[in-house]
Design a protein around this ligand. Structure first.
Ligand code: NAD
Length: 479
């Protein structure tokens, strides 16, 4: 039996056919624990449990649901250290981030979702004439399947499950095969909080248990945070049952530095706040294309290099560490392959490009890649167009605002963009004209609750919120 278990119908259970899979510590490359490798039978059991729990959970007054969500918030506060350490060991995201940023943020997020339970039951009234009244009511979809990636499991779990539950859905969460442990541990804790079947968690491969869940006709809503390829696969697999979807997918976000910017703030913003720290660039909104005005080109590159080379790559559980490893052997090989692509494409290496034991000699089995920056004048290169999902950025020069905008928008993705300028008019023009879900001005990678977070083009559509987990019904009443 695996060290961790699924949560189905309020019970902690192994995969139905007993299969397990390893979880690897990416800092060392060593197997450190085992998780259930669930399949279609587990998907079936989870959907049945969620369907059974739905009538009671959805009929509960909004304030009743809020009571449960507040309990989750308290639980996050009580178990913050344990959950942060598990997640860091499992996916390499540095403890500095999991402990100091993610976990405190999750307590607040579940409180926020508790406060929004009432929004999910509000409707409109429309006077249609002296003797007729129209009204709307919001209803949950039923069973919501939330599929999450490995880079911030607890945060992504919360951003979906908290709002889906607040809206009255019952939920099945499918964590990523590379990093499920923090979410499975959370399942052990939450088994004590929710009535059986309200929240279910099943780990396993995407093409196995994930595919079975998205095809299931008993599922009413799907929310995925993951890659564009997975979004496309899920769309195809669920086509027969026409399920509503929320897709938060990949990105290749531009970070644009103008000559009037505070250049030190910009250098911080394009390095540690964007791509080189925390998750080692494995961040959907990573500013992986740095567009720099030609007049400040050398200065920005020098400042960027100084900051990047001051980062401490080491054991992620050490609070002094400022950048962690790549999550898995597969992802490491993918990132390394892009270093070869960059060389073949003739991009110029400014700094970095070191891998494995060259980076952290005392952790030789870990999946390490040093912060790496290339330059090129050609935004058409593969390293400018494809999501690498590692600490590898490319800088591109520009001369005019029009050119910067054209390069920024020349991407299949449209998740986020950053601007560094003191010119308010320019900031507003770029906010208007950039084709992306979020635009940051003189800051980067802030995703405060209360603002939508999602993408356009290949970065997906929709965003997680309490209303995204409801549909509207109309009623017309003749008096
Ligand atoms: P992934 O797409 O490989 O996997 C994401 C999840 O989907 C996993 O749980 C996986 O098991 C599941 N999955 C895979 N194939 C499936 C299938 N056929 N049916 C059902 N489920 C399936 O992504 P990843 O490698 O875990 O994460 C990295 C990707 O996620 C990057 O592209 C990144 O940009 C994106 N991401 C986006 C956001 C955002 O909010 N926009 C946030 C974090 C990560």
């Amino acid at each position: 039996m695996a060290d961790y278990r699924n949560l189905i119908g309020g019970k902690l259970v192994p995969a139905a056919d007993g299969k397990t899979m390893n979880s690897v510590n990416p800092a060392t490359g060593e197997v450190w624990t085992t998780i259930p490798a669930s399949g279609p039978k587990d998907a079936e059991a989870a959907v049945a449990a969620a369907q059974e729990a739905f009538p009671h959970w959805s009929a509960m007054p909004a304030l009743g649901r809020a009571y449960f969500l507040r309990k989750v918030s308290e639980l996050f506060a009580q178990h913050a250290e344990e959950l942060a350490r598990l997640e860091t060991r499992d996916n390499g995201r540095i403890l500095r981030d999991t402990l100091k940023k993610d976990l405190p943020g999750m307590s607040h997020l579940w409180q926020l979702a508790a406060g929004q339970c009432l929004d999910a039951v509000k409707g409109d009234t429309v006077i249609l004439g002296p003797d007729a009244l129209g009204m709307t009511r919001r209803e949950p979809y039923g069973v919501a399947v939330c599929i999450i990636p490995w880079n911030s499991p607890i945060s992504t779990f919360s951003a979906k499950a908290a709002f889906a539950l607040a809206a009255g859905n019952t939920v099945i969460v499918k964590p990523a095969e590379q990093a499920s442990v923090s979410v499975l541990r959370l399942g052990e804790l939450l088994a004590e909080v929710f009535p059986p079947g309200v929240l279910n968690i099943v780990s396993g491969m995407g093409e196995d248990v994930g595919d079975a869940l998205v095809r299931h006709r008993g599922v009413g809503k799907i929310s995925l945070t993951g890659s564009t390829v997975t979004g496309q696969a899920i769309t195809r697999a669920s086509a027969d049952s026409l399920k509503p979807m929320t897709f938060e997918l990949g990105g290749k976000s531009p970070n644009i530095v103008f000559p009037d910017a505070d250049l030190e703030a910009a250098a911080q913003g394009i390095t540690v706040n964007s791509i080189f720290t925390g998750n080692a660039g494995q961040v959907c909104v990573a500013g992986s294309r740095i567009l720099i005005h030609r007049s400040i080109w050398d200065e920005v590159l020098e400042r960027t290099q100084r900051i990047a080379e001051s980062l401490i790559l080491d054991e992620p559980l050490d609070l002094a560490t400022t950048m962690g490893p790549i999550v898995s052997a597969g992802q490491y090989e993918r990132v390394v392959s892009y270093l070869e692509v960059a060389e073949k494409e003739g991009a110029e290496l400014v700094f970095g490009g070191r891998t494995g034991a060259e980076v952290v000699p005392h952790l030789p089995g870990g999946y390490w890649v040093s912060p790496t920056l290339y330059t090129t004048g050609d935004n058409g290169l593969r390293i400018c167009q494809e999501e690498i999902f590692g600490p590898v950025a490319v800088a591109i020069p520009f001369d005019t605002d029009e050119e910067a905008l054209a390069i920024a928008n020349d991407s299949p993705y449209g998740l986020a963009a950053g601007l560094w300028t003191r010119d308010l008019g320019r900031a507003h023009r770029f906010i208007r004209d950039l084709r992306s879900g979020t635009v940051w001005v003189n800051t980067f990678r802030q995703m405060p609750p209360g603002l939508p977070f999602g993408g356009v083009k290949d970065s997906g559509y929709g965003h997680d919120s309490v209303l995204a987990y409801t549909r509207e019904k109309a009623a017309i009443i003749q008096i």
